[in-house]
Design a binder for this molecule. Structure first.
Ligand SMILES: NC(=O)c1ccc[n+]([C@@H]2O[C@H](COP(=O)([O-])OP(=O)(O)OC[C@H]3O[C@@H](n4cnc5c(N)ncnc54)[C@H](OP(=O)(O)O)[C@@H]3O)[C@@H](O)[C@H]2O)c1
Length: 231
């Protein structure tokens, strides 16, 4: 047992829960939503994304649309598929941690370390997957108390499945993709008893007048007994 940061997932989806279309189109946020995201980035200690989000979107994960300090950036990439040229590995803007497994290419790890990226190599639990709870505990040890997760769907699902999400902030953008990447992309829960139970804590119309922002807290994590401490 150990401590972990408070985890908030922020995501902007179509009304059918997609964060990207079949072609990978993912620019769903209006200017107010983006500002809301940047304000939240400025309030947390670290921002986390999955490997595919780095590969597809190449985000900087810095605070640019509001005043505030840049958070630590955290990339979860068990097999180290992200390119070393990704913007998030430019440590002149902010610090970056790569969470990977023993499966990662050693030369690539060495190169990223030489660029100033802090690399955590965790146990490979199979096919390069690592325990995200272990990753969160390591982040807590270095001072991360509040963590913002910005997707994508597979990372969101892994965190929900491990029972380590405290809050979900969702912007519903007025589009329908019908297919594509779901906000939670994984094996799936079979019914509402397996699903986490969410409590609606806030809901408002976006300043643009055509989107809804909704905030849920995760009350319990379905059938599974999670014993690690929430803070
Ligand atoms: N609209 C929005 O708000 C929004 C936000 C973010 C992203 N997106 C979109 O979402 C899409 C990407 O989502 P995605 O579901 O494909 O991928 P993702 O969640 O960004 O990345 C998934 C990958 O991260 C690695 N990963 C996740 N959990 C891991 C774990 N426990 N251990 C080790 N590695 C782990 C895995 O790499 P390996 O497979 O190599 O193990 C996995 O395939 C993009 O199209 C992006 O544009 C949209």
């Amino acid at each position: 047992m150990g401590y972990r940061p408070y985890v908030i997932i922020f995501s902007t989806t179509t009304i059918d829960g997609r964060i990207a279309s079949v072609t990978g189109f993912s620019k769903l946020s209006c200017q107010y939503d983006l500002k809301r995201l940047h304000s939240l980035r400025a309030k947390v200690d670290a921002v986390m994304v999955g490997a595919n989000t780095v590969i597809k979107d190449n985000p900087r994960l810095t605070v640019r649309l509001v005043k505030g300090r840049n958070p630590l950036r955290v990339v979860v990439d068990g097999s180290l598929r992200t390119p070393v040229t990704a913007k998030v590995y430019d440590t002149t803007e902010s610090k970056t941690i790569l969470i990977t497994s023993s499966r990662a290419n050693k030369e690539k790890v060495k190169y990223l370390r030489s660029k100033g990226v802090n690399v955590f190599i965790l146990e490979d639990k199979g096919e390069g997957k690592v325990s995200l709870l272990d990753a969160l505990k390591q982040l807590y040890r270095i001072g991360v108390r509040k963590l913002l997760v910005e997707g994508g769907g597979a990372l969101n699902w892994s965190l929900i499945k491990e029972g380590i999400v405290d809050e979900i902030r969702l912007t519903i953008s007025p589009y329908i993709f019908g297919n594509g990447i779901s906000i939670f992309r994984g094996k799936g829960f079979k019914d509402i008893y397996e699903s986490p139970k969410l409590k609606l804590v806030d809901l408002f119309k976006c300043e643009c007048g055509n989107e809804i922002h909704v905030i849920y807290k995760v009350e319990t994590h379905g059938n599974t007994n999670f014993t690690h401490r929430l803070i």
